[in-house]
Design a protein around this ligand. Structure first.
Ligand code: NAD
Length: 424
């Protein structure tokens, strides 16, 4: 049976956790954290395991298991996605919730981190069963989430439609409208404009700031993007619309290159017609491996983890790597890039635009005042550029890589909030 992207992303997150946790151990010792601080970071504040019944289409009742972990909420309500996956475990949810706390702290939005989900294969459910599983899970955790407690969002195998069921079930229980209980809703029901492409746009703002510092001219650089799904396609499209030369893109079937630049709008239409970017007229087909090592100034991995590794990192020719995917670079490749003076903008910063616009959705819901797209983009830009410069500053001071500075900054912010609260 073919493995879907969501299954790959679920498996990928394990790599992400491994990489981040190993990186964190080094950071803890460099920061010289006390035993109290280490203990505090080592444990989630709250972990819920819930079992709930669902009446299936056959009329029989089936019990399901769900999790919700609120890792840290010293900086504000916990924030994190809900995942439906048959292999979900409490440990994995806990690691992901910690990474959410770090991501929110890197971009300095007033949220802690959480994650949750149900152990279920959503492809084996009817639409009605999927809705009943969602509603059953929300009934089980309703007293532990809320706009000022913990705010769910979409994740692997959950989408806008499921966010609306979450909203509706929660509102039925509370007997009032509470749009701010969940983000990732459709615009017609409290969602934010620009959210659908916010991860890509946030990454591009950060990229442009890095280019400014490196005196790179927008009209002279060439860009390669690996992955043409939600994140990769939007990144390529936005860059193309801004006038950049995107010379190579790829998907799971392979890649294409044209040194003079691709017409991304036409590539999108081609993909819509044929299901892949491959065989696009006026381009040459290449493998994904060739894309990663092609002659370009900026490389954007936006597909899977571990794509840049010890086998190919030495051959990467880009000057900047923008990690829009989660954990696309292994530790070995990270070391090689550092030696080669390739600037790597790490995932915790580069792809945080999505959670930033979720924060904007929450603000709009609480104020019942909805922003124009331009305002969302403007505020996203400000948030991302500020975060980039803060990470970069720390990086310059310590002459270390950006991944390390991003995590250091996040840990310092979380511990500072705990200290102010008197928990340290
Ligand atoms: P998606 O499923 O929409 O797209 C994934 C793309 O990668 C598809 O085009 C697929 O064909 C392609 N792909 C699969 N295998 C490939 C391979 N071997 N080589 C090249 N391309 C391949 O997923 P997405 O939402 O775009 O997410 C992509 C990455 O970004 C993941 O790592 C995800 O965790 C991360 N991310 C996504 C968001 C978001 O808002 N969607 C936010 C943060 C991080």
């Amino acid at each position: 049976m073919e493995v879907t992207n969501h299954e790959r992303i679920h498996a990928d997150d394990r790599n992400l956790c491994k990489l981040a946790i190993s990186e964190l151990e080094g950071i803890y010792s460099e920061l010289g954290l006390s035993m109290e601080e280490l203990d505090l970071l080592d444990m989630p504040r709250r972990s819920f395991i819930v079992h709930f019944p669902v009446r299936m289409d056959t009329g029989k009742i089936k019990m399901f298991v769900g999790f919700r972990v609120q890792y840290n909420d010293a900086r504000g309500p916990a924030k994190g996605g809900i995942r439906f996956h048959p292999d979900l475990t409490l440990d994995h949810v806990r690691d992901l919730s910690f990474l959410m706390a770090l991501k929110c702290a890197v971009v300095n939005i007033p949220f802690g981190g959480s994650k949750g989900g149900v152990v279920v294969n959503p492809k084996g459910l009817s639409r009605n069963e999927l809705e009943q599983v969602t509603r059953g899970y929300i009934r089980a955790i309703a007293n532990h989430i809320g706009p000022f407690i913990d705010i769910p969002a979409p994740d692997v195998y959950t989408d806008e439609k499921i966010m609306v069921w979450i909203l509706d079930e929660y509102e039925r229980i509370k007997g009032e409208h509470v749009f701010a209980v969940v983000t990732g809703k459709p615009v017609e029901l409290g969602g934010s404009k620009a959210r659908s492409y916010s991860t890509s746009l946030g990454g591009i703002y950060v990229l442009e700031e890095a280019m400014k510092r490196m005196d790179m001219d927008k009209f002279e650089v060439s860009i390669a993007v690996q992955g043409f799904g939600n994140v990769g396609e939007n990144a390529a499209r936005i860059l193309y619309e801004k006038g950049y030369k995107v010379i190579a893109v790829s998907d799971s079937k392979g890649g294409i290159i044209n040194k003079d630049g691709l017409d991304i709008q036409a590539v999108m239409e081609h993909k819509g017609r044929t299901g892949s970017v491959v065989d696009f007229e006026g381009s040459t087909n290449i493998t994904n491996e060739e894309l990663l090592t092609c002659e370009c100034d900026i490389l954007i991995p936006a597909a899977l983890s571990d794509q840049l590794n010890k086998d190919n990192a030495q051959n990467v020719r880009a000057k900047i790597v923008l990690e829009l995917a989660n954990a696309p670079t292994t530790k070995e490749a990270d070391d090689i890039f550092f030696d080669k003076k390739i600037i790597l903008i790490p995932d915790a910063l580069a792809n945080a635009g999505g959670v930033v616009v979720s924060y904007f959705e929450w603000i709009q819901n609480l104020n019942n005042d909805y922003w124009e797209e331009d305002k969302v983009r403007e505020r996203l830009k400000k948030t991302m550029i500020t975060a980039f410069n803060e990470v970069r500053l720390l990086c310059d001071e310590k002459s270390c890589r950006m991944r390390k500075s991003a995590y250091q900054l996040a840990i310092k912010r979380i511990l500072h909030a705990e200290r102010l609260r008197g928990n340290l």
